[in-house]
Design a protein around this ligand. Structure first.
Ligand code: GLU
Length: 256
C-alpha cells in the first residue's frame, strides 16, 4: 500500500535564532526528532526548507536584509550549503540522509519538468531513510518569479505529489485573531475571507513570508483536498498529536 505523504514547510524564522546568531540548534533538534518519529510511524516525509538567506546573513554579520536581488541570491548560495550541512549533521547519526532539491517557479509550471521532479522524489522516497529537502533555487529565480519564503512552493509540491497532509511551521501557534480581538488561536479556518481579516503584515527581521502568505498557501492546498495545518515550529515535538491526535494548538485550514 502507498504510504501517506506529509509535506512539512520550515520558514527562516523557525530555523534561525532571533538574535541573528544563525541556525537554531534546539529547533533543528526538535524538527529532526519529529521527522524521524513520522518516518518510524511509516509516513513519507518531504521537507520544504527556507533558511538559506537567513543563515548567510548571520554568517556575514549582516543585520538588515538586503533588498538587492543579486545580493540575496549570492547570500542564498552560501547559506544553502550551511543549511544542508546542518540537516546532514542532524540526520546522519540516525542513519538518515538529507537529499537536496532546488526548484524554481518555472520548473513547476512546465509539465515535463514537474514530471521529472516527481519521479526523482518518488525514487528518493523509495529509499527508506532519505529525507528530500526542497528549497527554491534562489540563484536563478528572479524577483517576479520567486516563491518568497516557500509557502506557495510547499503547497504546490504537496498538490503535485499527492500528499495527504501539509504542515506549515511558523513561530506562532497558528493563525491568531487580530489585536482588537485578543490574539487568540483560531483552531480551524473554514471561511477564508473571515480569516484574512485577522492578518497583520508583520514578518520577522530575516523572514519574508508572514501569516498572509501561509494562509493563502494553506487555502490552496486545502482546496485541493489536502489536510492542512499551520503550527509552531519551535515547539514541534508534539506534531503527531496536533495532526493525528487531540492537541488543537494549531490552525487547521479547511476551506473548499
Ligand atoms: N529560499 C530562500 C531561503 O531559503 C527564501 C527566503 C528569502 O528570500 O529570504 O532563504
Amino acid at each position: 500500500m502507498k504510504k501517506e505523504c506529509i509535506v512539512i514547510k520550515l520558514g527562516t524564522g523557525v530555523l534561525t535564532q532571533k538574535s541573528g546568531a544563525g541556525l537554531d540548534p534546539i529547533a533543528l533538534l526538535q524538527i529532526t526528532a519529529t521527522i524521524i518519529d513520522l518516518k518510524q510511524r511509516d509516513k513519507d516525509v518531504i521537507l520544504v526548507s527556507s533558511g538559506a538567506v537567513g543563515t548567510a546573513l548571520s554568517e556575514f554579520g549582516i543585520t538588515e536584509r538586503p533588498t538587492e536581488i543579486t545580493e540575496l541570491q549570492s547570500l542564498a548560495a552560501v547559506g544553502q550549503a550551511r543549511l544542508m550541512h546542518a540537516y546532514h549533521a542532524q540526520l546522519s547519526p540516525y542513519g538518515y540522509h538529507a537529499a537536496q532539491i532546488l526548484l524554481t517557479y518555472s520548473d513547476l509550471e512546465s509539465s515535463d519538468r514537474q514530471e521529472r521532479i516527481l519521479r526523482t522524489l518518488k525514487a528518493l522516497l523509495k529509499r527508506e531513510k532519505v529525507i528530500p529537502i526542497i528549497n527554491e533555487n534562489d540563484t536563478v529565480a528572479v524577483e517576479e518569479l520567486r516563491f518568497g519564503d516557500n509557502d506557495a512552493l510547499s503547497s504546490k509540491i504537496a498538490i503535485a505529489c499527492g500528499a495527504s497532509k501539509l504542515v506549515l511551521l511558523t513561530t506562532v501557534d497558528g493563525l491568531l485573531t487580530s489585536k482588537a480581538e485578543g490574539q487568540t488561536l483560531i483552531e480551524e479556518v473554514t471561511n477564508l475571507e473571515e480569516a484574512r481579516k485577522h492578518i497583520t503584515t508583520e514578518t520577522g527581521t530575516f523572514s519574508v513570508g508572514g501569516m498572509a502568505s501561509k494562509l493563502e498557501a494553506a487555502a490552496l492546498a486545502s482546496a485541493a483536498g489536502i489536510e492542512t495545518y499551520i503550527t509552531h515550529g519551535k515547539h514541534c515535538a508534539d506534531l503527531w498529536d496536533k495532526i493525528y491526535g487531540t492537541n488543537r494548538r494549531r490552525t487547521r485550514v479547511n476551506v473548499h
